[in-house]
Design a protein around this ligand. Structure first.
Ligand SMILES: [Zn+2]
Ligand SMILES: [Zn+2]
Ligand SMILES: [Zn+2]
Length: 159
């Protein structure tokens, strides 16, 4: 499985300060302390975080909540962040790297990424069958289930 990393980041590492500025610049945005602080909280592997988490983390810095929400919105518009619905009642974001989807354990919340995507292949047919839609621009797909560890625990609990 080929994973093309569009931002040329190392998946296993947290971002260095220079990476953060480079990503913001590359998206055509001005590098500000607020933007840097927000982006700095994202790691390059799948660790989606929400606005509340970011607000809590940046509580001691002079960045207000409105700025944080606005920054997240503009990062998403610029393609720096992707929005993920983890069914946790709030919007989560992760760094937009290569196209991928998630397996999510509905018991412990562990997330695994997978790059297999069949959706694009089927979009033509989906559009042909649709009476309302002319185009599909993007999609997200999250699969929910039980990880091996949780499946074992639930099994034992039922015995
Ligand atoms: Zn992910
Ligand atoms: Zn689990
Ligand atoms: Zn896909």
């Amino acid at each position: 499985m080929l994973i093309v990393n569009v931002l040329h980041l190392n998946y296993d590492n947290d971002m260095s300060t220079s990476d953060v500025s480079a990503i913001i610049k590359k998206a055509g945005m001005k590098v500000t302390p607020g933007r840097r602080a927000v982006l700095n909280l994202f790691s390059t592997d799948c660790k989606p975080i929400n606005a509340e988490f970011i607000c809590k983390k940046l509580k001691n810095q002079k960045i207000n909540q409105v700025t944080i929400y606005r920054t997240l919105f503009s990062f998403e518009q610029a393609g720096i962040l992707s929005r993920i619905d983890l069914r946790k009642g709030s919007v989560h974001y992760e760094l937009h790297t290569s196209h991928h989807h998630h397996l999510i354990c509905s018991h412990c919340g562990i997330i695994e990424r997978f790059a297999v995507c069949e959706i694009k292949k089927h979009s033509k047919k989906i559009l042909k069958d649709s009476s309302l839609f002319k185009s599909i621009n993007h999609h997200s797909l999250e699969l929910f289930g039980l990880c091996r560890a949780c499946a074992e625990v639930t099994n034992t609990a039922h015995e």
